[in-house]
Design a protein around this ligand. Sequence first.
Ligand code: C5P
Length: 238
Amino acid sequence: PAVAAVLPAGGSGERMGVPTPKQFCPVLERPLISYTLQALERVCWIKDIVVAVTGENMEAMKGIIQKYQHQRISLVEAGVTRHRSIFNGLKALAGDQPDSKLSKPEVVIIHDAVRPFVEEDVLLKVVTAAKEYGAAGAIRPLVSTVISPSADGCLDHSLERARHRASEMPQAFLFDVIYEAYQQCSDYDLEFGTECLQLALKYGHIKAKLVEGSPDLWKVTYKRDLYAAESIIKERIS
Ligand code: C5P
């Protein structure tokens, strides 16, 4: 049964403070997203990889696919939020697009373009768990304590660190479950939500299994993360 992946890559990367969106920033002269695509392509059982990019970056993305000979990639237009970008990717996989050559998979992996060090073992773990539970995602222990501030900028409450986790990527879903969740959810969810597992839980009536991920699954966000990514790549090729 087929497995496909959706890769949202339509962000502007404001937090990095550079004009180029972080997924296109060079790491050892190669764009960051190219490493992420390579990591997914190494996994032979992922049939299709749907990448969501803005109209502005569409040509650049086609150039990257050609230059680095990426395989099994389809491009869709990104949305104004991450959830909307993912939804566009799912629509393409559902065969709802008139010119789509894609066929609906049993399971879909969702992974960020800016997490280049995803490995086959964690992809297999989330896919296997998604088949059993309906949804699954990688988690990590929290580095910092999470707090909720009040409107006046004071502490409302803080969460007990040891009892909470950071939600990372990859995540995997039975395709029908997550597609239905995206169709059912509100505009508010699509605008402000940041968690696909939550959507699946709320609208899909399934359980979302949590799988321990490696520290290398972190999301490249700040400029210093590019240096960290560079040193990991150097270490791996040496
Ligand atoms: O903004 P954030 O760090 O949560 O972005 C995570 C991933 O979602 C990135 O790969 C980014 O390119 C993508 N994204 C997207 N469409 C948006 C915003 C973010 O595909 N409108």
